[in-house]
Design a protein around this ligand. Structure first.
Ligand code: SAH
Ligand code: SF4
Length: 354
């Protein structure tokens, strides 16, 4: 398992086994670790005082030695379709954005993995200012726990997690692995690996590491172009990992995990949405279990593109399907609150209500 060594001051990023070690070092019996993990992730205890099953003295000792660094709400914006964008503050006052999305089957949450992003894709709002810092596993998992807190009055909770918010999750690999373990744990957030999707711009060596980890999470690869010339114009990462490396690694992922892979393809008017490009895409990715999700581009003021008209999107879909590839058009939620894919940006730039 590739995960970072634990920071003993960061209780929220600890696995149950690490909590057991910590509490053992404090002279506590094993069951206290189990209790703490459940209270941290099921009840979302804001402080040790809230761990009601603990003696007062233990609550005080823990608060002194291992302060809990929970996310705190800064602002919540809800769209008419039920999508809710959360702006949450971390201990160092950096902010993180998380989106809670309603579906027929229940709720999913779109989790951020970094403050900003280093990848510099030419169509995306998240990377406009580069990468400011990595999120810890606890800061990622707490986004899911916070969403559960919002859903609690409805008697429901998050059932799917997409690591598709701000940041490139495979550029924060060790924390991502730890996060996956935390959200999956049945004593805590209890999300099955099959209900977790990790989206990447295509960091090939890390994709291999994820495949080799054996965790059956769904991988979504942001492709956006079927040839290197076009992809390079949109995604600088393609210089390091061109399609001759990326596509074979996608096949490897599918073979290794037995999971169908998703290609994300956003359509930019007059750039990558013509018929010839659709055929080229079909030829590139046919022949192994995958699915194409067409994303209408969500406008970002700083970038010069235009979204493809819906008729082009439909035509593009029809052509991809001719290759026997399953292809859907993403329903975009929460656009009026800038909560849709690629519209999340550094938290500081979001107007904060007084
Ligand atoms: N860094 C990862 C995950 C976060 S981005 C990745 O790139 O995959 C999540 C998805 O939103 C990616 O497919 C990305 O290409 C897409 N995206 C970025 N900007 C967008 C925009 N303005 N409109 C629609 N999708 C966008
Ligand atoms: Fe980063 Fe993904 Fe945006 Fe590219 S699309 S800049 S990888 S968040």
């Amino acid at each position: 398992m590739t995960r970072s060594r634990v920071d003993w001051g960061d209780v929220l990023s600890m696995t149950p086994a690490e909590l057991a070690q910590l509490l053992h070092d404090e002279g506590q019996p094993r069951f206290r670790a189990r209790q703490l993990f459940e209270w941290l992730w099921r009840q979302r205890a804001e402080s040790y005082d809230a761990v009601r099953v603990w003696p007062k003295t233990l609550q005080q000792v823990m608060a002194q030695r291992y302060p809990l660094r929970r996310l705190t709400p800064v602002e919540t914006q809800a769209a008419e379709d039920g999508t809710t964008k959360l702006l949450l503050a971390m201990q160092d006052s950096q902010r993180v954005e998380t989106v809670l999305l309603p579906h027929r089957y229940g709720y999913s949450v779109c989790v951020s993995s970094q403050v900003g992003c280093a990848m510099g894709c030419k169509f995306c709002a998240s990377g406009l200012k580069g990468r400011v810092r990595q999120l810890t596993a606890g800061e990622m998992a707490d986004q899911v726990a916070f969403a559960n807190r919002i859903l609690a009055p409805q008697g429901t909770r998050v059932s799917r997690v997409d690591v598709m918010g701000i940041g490139e999750p495979l550029d924060n690999f060790a924390a991502l692995m730890r996060f996956l373990e935390l959200v999956h744990d049945p004593a805590g957030l209890n999300i099955s690996y099959r209900h977790i999707t990790v989206s990447t711009s295509g960091l090939v060596p890390r994709m291999k590491q994820l495949a080799d980890s054996g965790l059956p999470v769904t991988l979504a690869v942001s492709l956006h172009a079927p040839n290197d010339r076009l992809r390079l114009q949109l995604m600088p990462i393609n210089r390091a990992y061109p399609l001759t490396q990326l596509i074979p690694m996608c096949r490897y992922y599918v073979e290794k995990t037995g999971r169908r892979l998703t290609f994300e393809y956003l359509l930019l008017k007059g750039v990558n949405d013509d018929e010839a490009t659709a055929h080229e895409l079909g030829r590139l990715i046919r022949g192994f279990p995958n699915h194409v999700n067409l994303i209408p581009w969500n406008p970002v003021e700083e970038h010069p593109f235009k979204p493809s008209p819906f008729a082009h999107v439909r035509r593009f879909q029809g052509i991809v399907q001719e290759y026997g590839i399953s292809c859907t058009i993403r329903r975009e939620l929460g656009q009026e609150i800038d909560a849709a894919c690629g519209q999340l940006r550094l938290g500081e730039e979001v107007p904060v209500s007084p």
